[in-house]
Design a protein around this ligand. Structure first.
Ligand SMILES: Cc1ncc(COP(=O)(O)O)c(C=O)c1O
Length: 451
């Protein structure tokens, strides 16, 4: 489970931030709308942010920050991008919801299909969690099989069936890699929801082969992140995901790629383009709506058509929200214009940051590494030269040192993810100046914590 930390930011124990915190105490749980924005990651005070533009955000006390969190990666164009805000304005002033089909649904689905060829059919949802729920119901309905494979350290939203083994734990609690202990991440789960979930270590093909052999004809789907992005940033071992896809096909199992984090970011066509994959079903979210809650489940027509007539039922009052879809269309248009110039810029910023940080760690003899895939990267304080799976992460990454470092960065006006298991998000809006400000602050922060 998440453990509480005590990194109260003294600078926020004052002014409007303090006032908001005090008012929130008897209104909101932990002062915010999600435990990831509460004391588990921020100490006593949540951060109260007031506005954002490009790569910068301002807190309730008026302090400015270079933002590397970028709304958990949902704003690939940066905050308040003009083309997105214009699109939102247009949609809002012409009607938010008609309880009918809309032209923008067709247009956005076409745009997604151009970028993600496996998206032969598209169904819009609002969040990654909903997309994963729909994908798993589809897989079970289509195959007539009950079980799903989920990997250690992967997070797929807060739905009962997949809410297990997604937080760092002491290694001794995990059991053997050959038979991982199932560790639910929450109280209150449906007691039987995880009976049909098989947990397998990632980046370990023999372990997956064993799990399939142990459950012949019973597995509907193998669900995987394309990049392990909820345990820092851990890339696949070369060719691993392609092998998972082949193994799934060979056994009549659907290969379901969760691109909630990687979609439209690792490359325009997501991880599947980057690694040359052909998933049966994919889930998309986060970066799609450029800040608005737009997500989708997409996939092969034959499978997706099972949603027809509610055969596999998926409802949703807010599905295909017109305002969100307009934002998403403007977002994809800008992200892919001029031969993907925008995404290329994000990648070059991420590369400059990673090179700079690695150089700093070497120069200052800091036991830390940076792992990156595309615009996603994360610092891990570790003696190891790389971290390649969940168990290595649990056993060899110093999370408390990371939190102390991040706290010092915040005091220097750099907002990184306070959760060691999340990651930095480089975007179109970041500049070389942001990189050098961050590297200067990192050097000061490392000195302040004793290097
Ligand atoms: C890989 C992955 N899948 C699914 C989700 C759930 O998405 P949402 O928070 O939009 O429900 C997340 C959220 O962080 C995620 O990282």
């Amino acid at each position: 489970m998440i453990t509480q930390i005590d990194n109260c930011n003294a600078a926020l124990d004052t002014g409007k931030s303090k006032d908001l915190y005090q008012r929130s105490l008897e209104l909101l749980i932990e002062g915010s709308s999600s435990p990831s924005r509460g004391p588990a990651n921020y100490g006593k005070y949540p951060l109260y942010m007031q506005s954002g533009k490009g790569s910068r955000i301002w807190d309730a006390n008026g302090n400015e920050y270079v933002d590397w969190m970028m709304g958990f990666g949902v704003v690939p164009l940066g905050h308040a991008d003009a083309s997105v805000t214009e699109a939102i304005y247009h949609a809002a002033t012409t009607g938010a919801h008609f309880a009918t089909a809309t032209e923008i649904e067709v247009e956005l689905a076409e745009a997604i299909q151009r970028l993600v060829p496996s998206a032969e059919r598209v169904r819009f949802t609002n969040t990654g969690t909903e997309s994963v729920m729909a994908a798993m119901r589809l897989a079970r309905g289509y195959t007539g099989r009950a079980k799903i494979v989920k990997f250690e350290g992967h997070y797929h939203g807060w739905w009962d069936d997949v809410l297990l083994n997604s937080h760092p734990m002491p290694v001794h609690a995990l059991g053997l890699p050959s038979d991982p202990v199932k560790i639910p991440d929450s109280s209150g789960l449906n007691r039987h929801a995880q009976d049909d979930t098989i947990v397998v270590p990632w980046n370990d093909l023999p372990a997956l082969e064993r799990a399939i052999a142990n459950h012949p004809g019973q597995i509907a789907a193998i669900l995987t992140e394309g990049v392990m992005s909820n345990m820092g940033v851990i890339p696949q071992a070369a060719g691993y995901l392609k092998s998972v896809e082949k193994l799934a096909r060979k056994n009549g199992i659907l290969f379901v790629l969760d691109e909630t984090v990687t979609g439209f970011r690792v490359s325009a066509g997501g991880c599947q383009e980057y690694y040359g994959l052909s998933p049966d079903i994919s889930t998309l979210g986060k970066a799609l709506g450029c800040g608005l809650p737009v997500a989708a489940v997409v996939g092969r027509a034959e499978i997706m058509n099972a949603l027809g007539w509610g055969g596999v039922l998926h409802y949703g009052t807010q599905n295909g929200s017109r305002i969100g879809l307009f934002a998403a269309r403007a977002n994809l248009k800008k992200l892919t214009a001029n031969d993907g110039e925008a995404i290329k810029h994000s990648l070059s910023i991420a590369e400059a940051m990673c090179d700079g940080l690695s150089g700093l760690f070497t120069r200052m003899s800091v036991p830390a590494i940076v792992q990156r895939v595309g615009p996603l990267f994360q610092i891990m304080f570790t003696e190891r030269s790389s971290i390649s799976n969940y168990r290595e992460y649990c056993g060899h990454v110093d999370q408390s040192l990371y939190r102390r470092f991040v706290q010092k960065m915040l005091e220097s006006g750099i907002y990184m993810t306070p959760a060691p298991t999340l990651h930095f998000n480089a975007t179109v809006a970041h500049t070389e100046e942001d990189v050098s400000l961050t590297l200067d602050a990192a050097e000061r922060a490392l000195r302040a914590i004793g290097f």
